[in-house]
Design a binder for this molecule. Sequence first.
Ligand SMILES: C[S@@+](CC[C@H](N)C(=O)[O-])C[C@H]1O[C@@H](n2cnc3c(N)ncnc32)[C@H](O)[C@@H]1O
Length: 200
Amino acid sequence: MPTMTPAEWNQHYADKQTPWDSGLPSKELIRVLDEERIAPGRALEFGCGTGTNAIYLASRGFNVTALDCSQEALAAAREKAARTGAKVEFLEADVTRLDRPFEPFDFLFDRGCYHAVRRGDLAGFQQSLRKVSRPGTRFLALTGNANEQGDGPPRVHEHEIRAELGPLFDIHWIREFRFEVPDPPQGFLAWSCFMTRRSG
Ligand SMILES: C[S@@+](CC[C@H](N)C(=O)[O-])C[C@H]1O[C@@H](n2cnc3c(N)ncnc32)[C@H](O)[C@@H]1O
């Protein structure tokens, strides 16, 4: 399947064709923040969509920057943040070519962006990861899972995650869970990968 362009992502939001957008904070994100006792700090979300998880992170005391290439998604995210009184910096950006400088973040979060952009410009995304992190930065990536038999998001094999993210991050675990989707009963099989940036 070819990679979608920013214009195509934007069209999905304009047409409200966003089956990934559950409208609720990711239970897996909540579980990992609690289990791994991730203290509030500077957080960056890749491909934040309509901002639900970025706003959730802000509600937990994180100072959040959230990136997306879709102006439609960002407009919805800003509106949601204004409605809830959340303070999040939503920025339009291509996560495979971050041209502005960022102070390294403490925590990186990705739900469904890496599994899309890796197919078009993995090297660009890896370069961005290096730019926005420092040794010790933690990263939670939630991706599609190649073991899923049905339709669903782009699929990734565990060995691909290890090969693509392992050189920069020490991978603590990769485990299966299911994405929440707007139409239950059962979301698609996914990977949750928790990592810490290596030194060097
Ligand atoms: C599957 S959606 C997930 C959205 C959100 N994380 C969620 O869980 O609802 C992937 C998101 O990544 C964004 N995206 C795709 N390619 C991107 C790129 N190169 N740079 C920035 N955002 C991108 C899309 O616009 C979309 O919002």
